[in-house]
Design a protein around this ligand. Sequence first.
Ligand SMILES: O=C(CO)COP(=O)(O)O
Length: 258
Amino acid sequence: MSRKPLIAGNWKMNLNHIEAVTLVQKLAWTLDDANFDFDKTEVAVFPPFTDIRSVQSLIEGDKFRIEYGGQDISAHDSGAYTGEISGSFLAKLNAAYVLVGHSERRTYHGETDEVCAAKVQAAYRHEITPVLCVGEGLDIREAGNHVTYTLEQLRGSISGLTAEQAKSLVIAYEPVWAIGTGKVATAEDAQEMAAAIRAELTKLYSADVANQVRVLYGGSVKSSSAPSIMEQADVDGVLVGGASLQADEFAAIARFDA
Ligand SMILES: O=C(CO)COP(=O)(O)O
């Protein structure tokens, strides 16, 4: 079973639409100069909503093979939900992906597993692939309950998902203690959780479904740590925060096997 590696850059609340164009241009040129093989590895960026139209125009206009997506999606399709963004708007912008349940959404906006499950469904309604984020905090890790906790979060956040939907799901394991802290989980930590997630999906669905789901690791990934993380059997990609804001560094991460 070959799962296409996905190198994803979550810009968080960084870069306006003008800076976004500069970064995507530089990223595309850097990868082109290095003869990057987009057939072998997928590269995606997750800019702030206000950047997406500019990023779309650039990518489509110059036929760059970089994918893009939103950092969040409303559980609702339209209506009186001030400040929210509908999946139909993201679909209209040809967004391929959307992040759901990033730990910063769960922490600062109180998103529960139930809310995440509704957002995952919203993504599928609009034919956008959700990148569902799960992961434990430091206290849970230190108590040794990280696997139990993360799998419970996973089950809650995909509740109601059909096997057919699950096949295309992307799951990002992002231990909260490793986000923006410079503390990278070891490659073995990433593999342990990725394997546990796949085993859980086998239980919930089937081995066939579990083998198609891509599992990413996120948390302080740099070009120096990406190769050993990407070597792990059950890790299919990385979700990069800070290091995705520099074209050279993000391109180097995407070239993990160069
Ligand atoms: O949260 C992350 C990506 O979604 C990880 O962020 P950092 O790579 O900055 O630790």
